[in-house]
Design a protein around this ligand. Structure first.
Ligand code: AMP
Ligand code: MG
Length: 426
């Protein structure tokens, strides 16, 4: 496995003191790509929600299994359709789950329900409400108007959803609610998924209080523990919650060692900025192969990345918004890779900025924003009030992050900008 120095040397223009977001992401990708895939397990479908599929799921059947009707109506052979209305003698009924047996000749039709198997030789269905029924000699005749149907209409073909022998879901995909339903439609009750990624988290800093502690001057309650817990849980990780670790070398060493022995990934917050008087950085250096970066971004900037034993370590900044932004920009894609997932392809949304935004070229800025659809259909994004890196309130009120890229400069009101929508992530 390559050392951190070797990874850095392989990246052109890599400067740990002024690192672009792109380069940092590239570095992290190299770091996590070297690791072996995690183990898999078999789970009943409902327990697998949110998990990542470990091997292609091949469809054992055609879905639907038979040609069937897409609506309630009358089934007939579409070859008879022409310029004149059709008069079809009704010879029976096909119900969903109970196929019509027998021959349907030319000039005849079968009443059919949605989902019912198409009788042999029939390929077209007319909706009930488009027909006229007439009684003649104790029989019912269905009139099909001319010019409104083509042969094959309103029939679902066998295998049009999923074909037997072909992959229905690829390894690396997430079992979303839709995917669970898809797997169930194949009759498959258990799926092979990757085991949950174990992620240990602790906050550092002597000013950080646990909930339940009495508030004292200069101290803050530990919010990072809760945001990181939420972010990790939303991703489906198994969170090893280690609370706050005091700024004491013995306690920190203990915490790091315990985390490394039980977790695939260790995340900490606080204690990685320049001029920190605490022991966090020193302990990371002592116990692992860790790089300390200054990233050209806002909020964010200081971050530690490396290996500690067999675990990957992310030392995030202390500021609550910086923690969330660095998590979304760097940690989340890395975790997804380690979980066995294919990279997310959620595109940025393009929205018009409601106001002018100041932006210095040479760093990436993430501004909390709120996207709305204007009455004329335009997407507009408004930057949230206070963009301070400690202000969680604007994070709560935002529905996405405006991403002002490295080389971008000031944005005029009405200019389009990229927005990373939060969706279910935060
Ligand atoms: P640091 O990165 O340690 O310099 O911390 C930067 C700022 O984030 C300081 O104002 C800290 O008080 C604050 N901070 C650090 N850790 C936490 C935490 N776990 N919860 C809330 N705020 C924190
Ligand atoms: Mg600190």
């Amino acid at each position: 496995m390559k050392s951190l120095d070797e990874i850095a040397q392989a990246l052109q223009g890599f400067d740990p003191q002024a690192l672009s977001v792109d380069k940092a992401q590239e570095f992290i990708q190299h770091l996590v790509q070297a690791l072996p895939a995690i183990a898999s397990e078999e789970l009943p479908l409902m327990q697998a929600l949110g998990r990542i599929v470990a091997e292609d799921i091949i469809s054992p059947i055609n879905v639907p299994a038979h040609d069937n009707s897409a609506m309630d109506g009358f089934a007939f052979d579409g070859k008879q359709l022409g310029t004149a209305p059709l008069q079809l003698r009704l010879v029976g009924t096909a119900l969903a789950g109970k196929a019509w047996q027998g021959n349907v000749k030319s000039g005849e039709c079968v009443k059919i329900m949605t989902g019912a198997v198409m009788p042999e030789g029939l390929d077209t269905v007319i909706a009930q409400e488009l027909t006229t029924l007439k009684a003649a000699d104790g029989e019912t005749v269905v009139e099909v108007p001319a010019g409104i149907l083509q042969a094959g209409d309103n029939r679902r073909k066998a295998g049009e959803d999923l074909q037997r022998g072909l992959p229905a879901l690829m390894a690396g995909s997430t079992l979303t609610p839709a995917a669970l339903g898809l797997v169930a439609s194949l009759g498959i009750a258990k799926v092979k998924v990757y085991r949950q990624l174990r992620v240990a988290y602790f906050s550092t800093g002597d000013e950080v209080l646990s909930l339940g502690d009495a508030l004292r001057e200069g101290a803050v309650y530990d919010s990072n523990r809760y945001t990181v817990f939420g972010l990790l849980s939303r991703m489906g990780c198994a969170v090893i919650d280690m609370g706050v670790v005091r700024d004491d070398p013995v306690l920190l060493e203990d915490a790091f060692k315990q985390a490394a022995s039980s977790a695939d990934v260790i995340i900490t917050s606080g204690g990685v900025s320049v001029g920190e008087a605490d022991f966090t950085k020193a302990m990371m250096k002592k116990l692992g192969d860790v790089a300390f970066w200054k990233i050209a971004m806002r909020p964010g900037r200081p971050m530690a990345v490396g290996r500690l034993g067999n675990s990957i370590l992310f030392g995030l900044p202390g500021n609550p918004v910086a923690v969330m932004v660095t998590f979304l920009a760097f940690v989340k894609p890395a975790l997804l890779h380690l979980m066995g997932g294919t990279p997310s392809t959620t595109p940025y949304l393009r929205a018009k900025s409601a106001v002018a935004l100041r932006k210095k070229p040479g760093r990436t800025e993430y501004q909390r924003g709120f996207v709305r659809t204007l009455p004329d259909g335009t997407l507009q994004v408004e930057a949230a009030g206070n963009q301070g890196s400690g202000v969680l309130r604007s994070m709560v009120e935002a529905n996405g992050l405006i991403v002002l890229h490295h080389h971008q400069s000031n944005v005029a009101a009405g200019d389009e900008v990229d927005v990373m929508m939060f969706e279910g992530a935060i």
